[in-house]
Write a protein that binds this ligand. Structure first.
Ligand SMILES: [Zn+2]
Length: 288
């Protein structure tokens, strides 16, 4: 969650921001539900991004180290399986030849609007205090739309069955939400699923057991802690930069160049200490 005071702060924009040094390197950005009234904002964001970054196919995350392009790479991700994400892919990403990862909670897909709204209220907005104002805004994709994304070269990522706070679950529940769920997702789309996004993605929602299950099962787990790709690539738990509808271009630019990351240092330390404890436990138990 972006510190709200920044958004309209002239002091921040003109007094502090110019002194913050941009970070180098690739970055992953996250979007959630975008209303149709946000689509023109989204197109402007793509233009802003492409001034400074190459928007790359997320599959290149698996292939290996970053390509040596003039601009750093940027990877697009969309969380939660909203129908609006499909319309964006069809009407905005496709004409521009851009690919993204769509992280879908399996049991949200195919819900009719009434059930989708209930699901969104119950499972997506636990603490955010977000309001669901229009029924159509939180409509879910159906499986045909998910398969259209696959057929058009996008990646589908796992996002559990019901979007729980994983750290509050028993081991069996975690296994079901992470491992079993992704197997069923693979069956539904006919493709291997290699990416996983932690629901909510803040350090408190991510526990070592879930981390271990994700690292064993997927090529990459995606958090929602702000940072750059190179800060998580080696340990395979990536940091992401969330972008919210209405953010002005200067703020989008500040975020994707990591200039706000210092505000989220505590969260990065908390997450990386969990990830590191896992890796040292593996070494101690003689696993690679
Ligand atoms: Zn989510």
């Amino acid at each position: 969650m972006l510190k709200n005071f920044l958004k309209n702060s002239l002091l921040f924009r003109f007094g502090i921001l110019p002194f913050l040094v941009p970070k180098r390197g690739s970055v992953v950005v996250t979007f959630h539900n975008l209303k149709s009234s946000d689509f023109s904002w989204f197109e402007r964001v793509l233009d802003t991004i492409q001034d400074t970054h190459d928007i790359a196919d997320p599959e290149t995350l698996i292939v290996g180290p970053e390509k040596t392009t003039k601009k750093p790479q940027l990877f697009l991700t969309f969380d939660d399986g909203f129908r609006s994400n499909y319309f964006i892919a069809k009407n905005i990403l496709k004409p521009r030849g851009l690919k993204a990862i769509f992280f879908v909670p399996r049991k949200f897909i195919n819900l009719t609007d009434n059930y989708a709204e209930e699901f969104a209220k119950e499972h997506f907005y636990l603490k955010e205090g977000s309001t669901v104002d229009l029924l159509g805004d939180c409509g879910a994709m159906n499986w045909d739309q998910v398969r259209w994304l696959v057929a058009n070269g996008h990646s589908i990522g796992a996002h559990t069955d019901t979007h729980p706070v994983l750290s509050t679950l028993t081991f069996d529940e975690k296994y079901k939400q992470i491992v079993i769920s992704s197997g069923l997702l693979e069956q539904a789309i006919g493709r291997t699923v290699r990416f996983f996004a932690f629901p909510f993605g803040n350090p408190a929602s991510i526990d070592p057991v879930s981390l271990q299950l994700v690292i064993d099962r997927f090529d990459y787990g995606f958090s929602n802690v702000r940072g750059m790709v190179n800060e998580g690539r080696e340990k395979r738990v990536l940091l992401r930069q969330n972008l919210e509808p209405g953010m002005p271009a200067w703020l989008v630019n500040a975020i994707i160049t990591g200039r706000l990351d210092w505000l989220y240092r505590k969260a990065r330390v908390e997450l990386s200490s969990k990830v590191n404890s896992l890796h040292s436990a593996e070494i101690n138990s003689g696993r690679h």
